[in-house]
Design a protein around this ligand. Sequence first.
Ligand code: SF4
Length: 315
Amino acid sequence: MKTKPPWLRVRLGLNENFLFLKRLLLDLGLHTVCEQANCPNAVECWNRRTATFLILGDRCSRDCNFCAVAHGPEGPPEADEPERVSEAVRLMGLSFVVITSVTRDDLRDGGASHFADTIAAIRRMSPQALVEVLVPDFNGSQQAVERITMASPDVLGHNVETVARLYSAVRPGADYRRSLGLLAHARRLDNRMPLKSGLMLGLGESRDEVERVLEDLLAAGCTILTLGQYLQPTSGHVPVERFVSPEEFGKWREKALAMGFSGVASAPLVRSSYHAMELYMKGKERMAGPGGPWLAHGLPEEALKVPGSLDKQTN
Ligand code: SF4
C-alpha cells in the first residue's frame, strides 16, 4: 500500500467527548460509519461530539472494492433502533444529525422505511434537530426514494463515489446511471430539498471524467458536493492510484462552485459527513432567490433509466 503524504497523517489525542461517545454508543448498541469505515476523521469528529450513525446493521449486502464496511448476511432491521438513535441524539445534544446505512438489497424496500422511522423518531424527541440522510441506491427503487422524501429529511445525500468508467472496478454492484437517477427522482419529488453527493479522488479518474460527473450531478439537481481522497482500507481493496494534493482539491472546490453547486467541501480528508452542518449552512447562505439553485436543471430522460429496479418486486 502506498505511503501516505504528510497532509493525510492525522495525530490527535482523545478527549472526554470521544470517551463519552464511545460509551454511549456501546450502551445503546449503535453503530457508526466512523468506526465501521475506518474514517480518518474519527478522533476529530468524536472529540467534537459528532458522529454519523450507521443503521440497518453493520454488515453490507454488497462488497464494494473501496469500502471497509464488513460484508455478509444481516438479520431483519431492529425495530427499536430508530428510538435508540433518537435517544443518542438527545443525549449528545445534537442540532444536526447524519444518518447512513449499509446497503440492504435483501430487504423489500432496501431499508427505506427504517430510514423514515428513524427520521420520525428523531423529530419526536429532538424537534429542533436537522437531519441529513445518506442513503444507498435502493437498487433503483423509486418507491424507496419516495418513502425517504416523504419523511422530509433536511438533506438527502447519495454518493456516486467515483466516475462512471471505474464503477466495475470500484463498486461493481452499483450503477452510475442508477445513482444519478435516484438523485434526479428525489429532485422531481421535492424541488427545494438540498441534495448532496460525493466522490473520492485518486482512483485513476481523469480530470474530464470528474468534470462530467459534476455536470451530471448538477443536471440531476444535486446542490451540495463533497470531494475527498480515496484511501485503501486493506491490501485486498483497490489501490490508490495517486494522492491528490490539497491545492488540487482547492481548485476543484472553486470549479464546482463556479459550475453551480451551492455548498462544496473539497480537501484530502473530506468525507461526505465531514462538518456536515457547516456545509449545509454554507450551501444555504449561497442559495440565491426564490427557488434558488435547489431547482432541477433537467436530466435527459435517457439518463434517468433505472436498471435493476426493486419496484418490479414490490409492486
Ligand atoms: S467524517 Fe463522518 S464518518 Fe468520518 S468521523 Fe466524521 S462524522 Fe464520522
